[in-house]
Design a protein around this ligand. Sequence first.
Ligand code: DTR
Ligand code: ZN
Ligand code: ZN
Length: 321
Amino acid sequence: MKLPVSGRMATVSATSFVMLLTSGAIAGAAPASAPTHSVAAVAAAPTIPVANVKAHLTQLQSIATANGGNRAHGRTGYKASLDYVKAQLDAVGYTTTIQQFTSSGRTGYNLIADWPGGDTGQVLMAGSHLDSVTSGAGINDNGSGSSAVLETALAVARSDYQPTKHLRFAWWGAEELGLVGSRYYVNNLSSANRARVSGYLNFDMIGSPNPGYFVYDDDPTIEKTFKDYYTGLGIATEIETEGDGRSDHAPFKNAGVPVGGLFSGADYIKTAAQAAKWGGTAGQAFDRCYHSSCDTTANINDTALDRNANALAYAVWTLSA
Ligand code: DTR
Ligand code: ZN
Ligand code: ZN
């Protein structure tokens, strides 16, 4: 178990290394006769430029506008969204795969992007659903997660990060129809390949306009990684309890894969106590445009998006080292 660096240190450029002295705390510690400490180098995650994440949101908004106002499963706006994300990743050296499935009589697609290298016996995954509901562009739900995962994947390429574990990123189709794409992916993994997934990190609504800072309370190591990042920023988090089983981490959890993730809130109401620690407006929904036509690029809190995108990168770097 590597001692985490503080959140702020994690924004040091990716080329710098944080040398951690551990007292044999790493699993499989050396025998007693060996030195009492070992050195583990944990590369620090680069800062994720929120402007880049917002640029992806602008692209997704344009795609929705040009395709009947949505990016929903089985519509042209979804496939155009997938093609946009895939093109970005192909351009920087990812091995991308489109997985096709059918749901409600329409063709759906997952996009899987593998970063070459790392131990394919230990695959760290990060993912988000790319589809919207039919009523709108789905910029917070879930362009926010999709764009932050994309920009983190691009940051891996920019820094040519070569972690111990193999990195795989995923954009799921038909989540809004019932976690269809992610379930299809997990169900079609062989048991051997499923066992190779060391963890799955899910990001579904991470830029809500009246944001909360919620951490999934599933795998304790993943949960602690996210909480340590926010502790480094001096921001208190809460456990995300409303979303159990409601997003794409559920099929992975049901298959025994350690999961975790971040969430900034949906149609639930922010309390006075939450507004006191996080700011924003008490008595108002975290995202009052949830599943509505007003879920556009105007429906994003840049600070929440920035913080969550950087927490995402911190967790990917920390958990893949
Ligand atoms: N993002 C929502 C699913 C979701 C995840 N966590 C929560 C908590 C409360 C309501 C909804 C959700 C969606 O894709 O619809
Ligand atoms: Zn939704
Ligand atoms: Zn969602």
